[in-house]
Design a protein around this ligand. Structure first.
Ligand SMILES: Nc1ncnc2c1ncn2[C@@H]1O[C@H](COP(=O)(O)OP(=O)(O)OP(=O)(O)O)[C@@H](O)[C@H]1O
Length: 432
């Protein structure tokens, strides 16, 4: 099929992704009358990965976590894969959150699905070998099912360009090769990958473990390092205690369990999911617990409907508290810690007379529970609304405001804590 013929069926709208292996476009499918995604790989590339990717994607079509395969082919210049159009990947979504991390509830909800999606890939005989946040994306379509009528899940596993078959034609685990090159993304790669060892099922789960820590803490101790060797050294130096401090103990249990797995072992995926569901119940989450981005969306909607005349959704502002103070009815969404909760009560409510914490009731109910977990991070969702009916003018008002901003943005960018970037698309505030 020539590029021209390709373009006659699929009308290219915009580029949505660029990876090491290809480019991804959002296209309008004239035959299906809907938007789909197309991944293109140049034929003259030295390394070809798309054929493998297509093969794995087709094999996991019964998984609840797979993007729907639509078509594939090649023209004179490209190999291409047409598949269901998904939404944001988890790396992008994480960056949109306050402090660039997910709440415990969201991490667990995603984590349970991510473990199950990896299990599905393993079940068809492949290792993924590049587990990272940008290789999971949200499904845009709701209420669709697999070929066997099983409802599809929110989170999809994507990008099988580095996948590898780990069992032979009789279903037996392949023996390890003596030496293999590094595979994966250094930040999330398992120690085995750094050591040039053959990877197996446990290594996909090690990468996922690093992803969980990053989701909850915002970054890994080696996030800012580019040098692979240095990353390896930091990974070996960081003990379970350091990596999992301030997190529910189940994460340390997960670390220890993964350490106990041998090359050929079939991981107990159910056990790993149960560790996460245990946390889920302990912290009072349930099936109605919303993802961070849903809370944000709901809040925006209620904000819009309750004060539609005042909210200017096209506003785009980065500025000082003084500049911000000229705009009313903004809200801030994100995670809060117990310290923040305690401190916020000490703040003069003069500036924020309408301060409401949406999850406060839930937290009050769980207060004994929370006290018992004194040292653990209480990383719940919060929505802070303020209706600022008056400008912040006096010095003391500015001080109060800055104090509050500093507390929300506890760790990062202290000098810029008073700057807000109002996301013009969604109309919400993110602290820079
Ligand atoms: N079906 C899809 N729908 C929407 N976006 C997609 C889809 N597939 C991929 N993307 C987006 O494109 C990005 C890159 O895709 P993918 O990881 O498959 O490419 P890659 O070339 O293998 O990338 P990398 O080298 O980073 O691993 C993804 O992170 C995701 O945001």
């Amino acid at each position: 099929m020539s590029l021209a013929t390709l373009r006659s069926r699929w009308k290219f709208t915009n580029k949505i992704g660029q990876g090491g292996f290809g480019e991804i476009y959002s296209v309008y499918d004239n035959e299906k009358k809907e938007k789909v995604a197309i991944k293109m790989e140049r034929i003259d590339r030295n390394k070809r990965a798309l054929r493998l990717e297509i093969s794995v994607l087709r094999k996991i079509q019964d998984s609840r976590f797979a993007a729907k395969f639509i078509s594939c082919g090649r023209n004179t210049e490209h190999n291409y894969l047409v598949m269901e159009l998904l939404g944001d990947n988890l790396s992008t979504l994480k960056k949109k959150q306050l402090q660039q991390r997910f709440s415990l509830g969201t991490t667990i909800k995603l984590g349970i699905q991510m473990i199950a999606s990896i299990e599905d890939v393993h079940e068809v005989g492949y290792l993924h070998r590049d587990i990272k946040p940008s290789n999971f994306a949200l499904r845009l379509k709701k209420n669709i099912t697999t070929r066997n009528n099983i409802p599809l899940e929110t989170c999809c596993i994507i990008d099988f360009g580095l996948a590898r078959k780990f069992n032979d034609s009789e279903g037996k685990h392949r023996p390890p090769r003596e030496e293999v090159g590094f595979r994966g993304t250094p930040r999330y790669a398992s120690l085995n990958s750094h050591l040039g060892k053959e990877l197996s099922r446990r290594d996909d789960l090690w990468s996922l473990f690093y992803v969980f820590i990053e989701f909850l803490k915002g970054k890994l101790p080696w996030s800012s390092i580019r040098d692979k060797q240095k990353i390896f050294e930091l990974k070996t130096q960081h003990t379970t205690v350091e990596l999992c401090n301030n997190l529910p103990k189940e994460f340390a249990t997960m670390f220890n369990y993964l350490s106990s797995l041998k090359y050929e072992d079939l991981p107990n995926y159910k056990y790993l999911r149960r560790l996460l569901t245990d946390i889920y119940h302990q912290y009072g989450y349930n099936e109605n617990t919303k993802y961070d981005w849903e809370i944000m969306e709901e809040s925006l909607n209620s904000q819009r409907s309750s004060s539609s005349s005042k909210v200017d959704s096209t506003i785009a502002l980065t500025g000082t508290t003084k500049e911000l103070s000229r705009h009313s009815n903004k809200h801030i969404i994100g995670n809060y810690s117990k310290d923040f909760d305690r401190e916020i009560k000490n703040i003069n409510n003069l500036i924020f007379p309408d301060f409401k914490k949406k999850t406060s009731e839930k937290n009050n109910n769980n207060s004994t529970n929370i006290e018992n977990k004194d040292k653990e991070l209480i990383n719940q969702d919060f929505i802070l609304h303020y209706n600022q009916n008056k400008d912040i003018e006096t010095e003391s008002e500015i001080n109060e405001f800055e104090k509050m901003m500093k507390m929300i943005n506890v760790e990062d960018n202290t000098e810029t804590t008073t700057q807000l970037n109002i996301d013009n698309h969604k109309g919400c505030c993110n602290i820079l």
